[in-house]
Design a protein around this ligand. Structure first.
Ligand code: 13P
Length: 253
């Protein structure tokens, strides 16, 4: 198997969630400045709240930092108060968008079908979607983690992803914001199952699709996680809010 030539650089993605006022742009500038000192071995992206997307894009312009949205609606426009479309994310300077994050699925009752629609809308707007999946603690304890996540993946990925750039993020719910990072064994098992499903569904393309791990990734554990088989990057929450920590994770890639 000649994976080397097709394996993309790891993606280190910082999901700021509902954090960040204007002053946080300084952290983004510090991240951009930190990357400018050497060629980045990884792709680096920041996903600020929608209110900062445009300004953050301007703040890091000309650097290695990519910017993206944390969510988008499945429709291109319309009467959906409070939502933003994929086209709006692109118009604000984003090139990527996270869809199906567990906090969206939990807080807003998003279904896999809706997530697939969002991923499709992202592609239509020229964005690279990061599609998130992950099991709850109850599902893991019941021994259903892999079957649940693979089912979620199957239903959250639209067929239109074939031939398009996209990423998958595995984020076990019990590891998000808890400091309880999944064991490398758990990560390796799940990423291997996700890889098998991606290859079954998308053939050769599925071999190269980056599979990110997310859930309490910190400078202290990033190296071990990122070195694990089939881990193609990290989706980082809390530790992406401080340039120093985020850059240390990028350094570990
Ligand atoms: P934490 O890194 O804060 O656990 O968040 C992970 C996450 O949900 C990123 O999308």
């Amino acid at each position: 198997m000649t994976l080397l030539s097709t394996t993309p650089r790891p993606l280190i993605a910082g999901n700021w969630k509902m954090n960040g006022l204007s002053t946080a742009l300084d952290e983004a500038r510090a991240i951009a400045a930190g990357l400018d000192r050497r060629p980045a071995a990884a792709r680096v992206a920041i996903f600020p709240p929608a209110t900062l997307l445009h300004r953050l894009g301007e703040a890091v312009e000309g650097s290695f930092v990519l910017v993206g949205g944390q969510d988008c609606h499945g429709a291109a426009s319309g009467a959906h108060t409070g939502d933003i479309s994929a086209q709006m994310v692109a118009d604000a300077g984003g090139t990527m968008v996270i869809v199906g994050h567990s906090e969206r699925r939990t807080d807003h009752g998003e279904t896999c079908q809706q997530v697939a629609g969002k991923a499709q809308a992202a592609l239509a707007a020229g964005l690279e979607p990061i599609i998130c999946v992950g099991e709850s603690l109850e599902q893991r304890q019941a021994g259903e983690a892999v079957s649940f996540v693979i089912g979620q993946l199957r239903n959250s990925l639209p067929d239109s992803l074939a031939g398009q750039a996209f990423d998958v993020a595995y984020e076990p719910l019990w590891a998000i914001g808890t400091g309880h990072v999944a064991s490398v064994e758990n990560i390796v098992e799940m990423h291997a199952a996700i890889r098998t499903e991606l290859v079954a569904r998308f053939g050769e393309q599925g071999r190269a699709t980056p599979i990110l791990y997310g859930g309490s990734v910190k400078p202290e554990n990033a190296r071990e996680i990122l070195a694990a088989p089939e881990v193609g990057g990290a989706l980082v929450g809390g530790a992406s809010l401080k340039a120093k920590d985020f850059l240390a994770i990028v350094e570990a890639a």
